[in-house]
Design a protein around this ligand. Structure first.
Ligand code: MEV
Length: 318
């Protein structure tokens, strides 16, 4: 084959981010309408001599990610070559084309990595198990984020909402109606910095870690139940509570807080920062009849773009 193609999509964390790095469960949503496609082909140029496989990245949303994640992608290429038994040091061009904005907590780095892994497997005609694809994406994620739980690596390839716990995932039962609105604050946050910030805080005050993780696990458990039992009001409340938990740990920003307040003021059932934090996106849950007001107020409060993800559509994939 002369070109290999791979695809992946964005993700949002419904509840449990950061605590999941310490082993508590998280609830995660695939975002099927935000995708990235990788095309891998033989390079005509000299490529990047530092890599086992070489990357030349182009594509609409990719440039910023690539600068930030190039170490991770190099490691991923080396791991792919070693694990899949690719001889020599082939020079490849990988073109990433997608619309997942980087640094917004939407899993762009994991999605790019997964799309590349699948494209390489396609190019070299290798069968990849889900476990191997996950392991390879995690190799890059651990370099890019310092320490990654694996929730992003799983969710960017998932077709239904997931419960992720200690490396394992299962599809969530969804009995709720409702719409998620994802609102981009327009500012990027570094997951690596956010994970490090929390780790330093826990290092200074040991009791804070236990308090944070207990509260996180409690909210995740209650949200999982609300989701299964079809109680969007209770689910929304847990989302707002989780936002307060993350904000108290210093992981929100004033613009994100303003957006969360705006969503709630417009009748949203619950709203929170999502993903790594220190910027990025707000995830708001709303009944369909309030969606226009909620999205409008989020834009008023500074959102640069919004996406709507119906819970029912996600659940129907399951
Ligand atoms: C990022 O989507 C979620 C974090 O918990 C990091 C991780 O789980 O690897 C912040």
């Amino acid at each position: 084959r002369s070109v290999g193609i791979g695809r992946a999509h964005a993700k949002a964390i419904l509840l449990g981010e950061h605590a999941v790095v310490y082993g508590t469960p998280a609830l995660a949503l695939p975002i099927p309408q935000l995708t990235v496609t990788a095309s891998a082909g033989w390079s005509s140029g000299a490529g990047d001599a530092q890599g086992d496989l070489s990357f030349t990245m182009t594509g609409s949303a990719s440039r910023a990610v690539v600068t930030q994640a190039s170490d991770g992608l190099r490691r991923l290429a080396a791991a792919f070559r070693a694990r899949m038994g690719v001889p020599g040091r082939p020079h490849l061009d990988v073109i990433l084309d997608g619309a997942i904005p980087p640094g917004r907590g939407l899993g762009s780095s994991a999605a790019n990595s997964r799309a590349i892994v699948l494209a390489l497997a396609d190019l070299f005609g290798r069968d990849l198990s889900e476990q191997t694809a996950f392991d390879l994406v995690q190799t890059a994620e651990n370099v890019t984020h310092g320490r990654a739980s694996g929730v992003d690596a799983v969710t960017v390839g998932a077709s239904a909402p997931l419960l992720f716990h200690e490396g394992r995932s299962q599809e969530l039962s969804v009995g709720c109606e409702g719409l998620f609105i994802i609102a981009d604050s327009g500012t990027a946050g570094s997951t690596r910095e956010a994970v490090e910030l929390l780790r330093e805080g826990f290092g200074r005050e040991a009791a804070a870690q236990g308090r944070f993780l207990r509260r996180a696990a409690q909210l995740v458990g209650e949200a999982q139940q609300a989701l299964a039992e079809g109680d969007p009001g209770a689910l929304g409340e847990r989302m707002s509570d989780y936002h307060r938990l993350l904000a108290a740990a210093g992981l929100s920003t004033s613009r994100i807080d303003t957006m969360v307040e705006a969503a709630l003021g417009a009748g949203s059932l619950g709203a929170k920062i999502t993903g790594g934090g220190l910027g990025g996106c707000v995830l708001a849950l709303t009944q369909p009849e309030r969606a226009r007001q909620v999205a409008g107020q989020l834009h008023e409060a500074g959102a640069v773009q919004t996406w709507v993800v119906p819970l029912r559509r996600l659940a129907d994939h399951a």
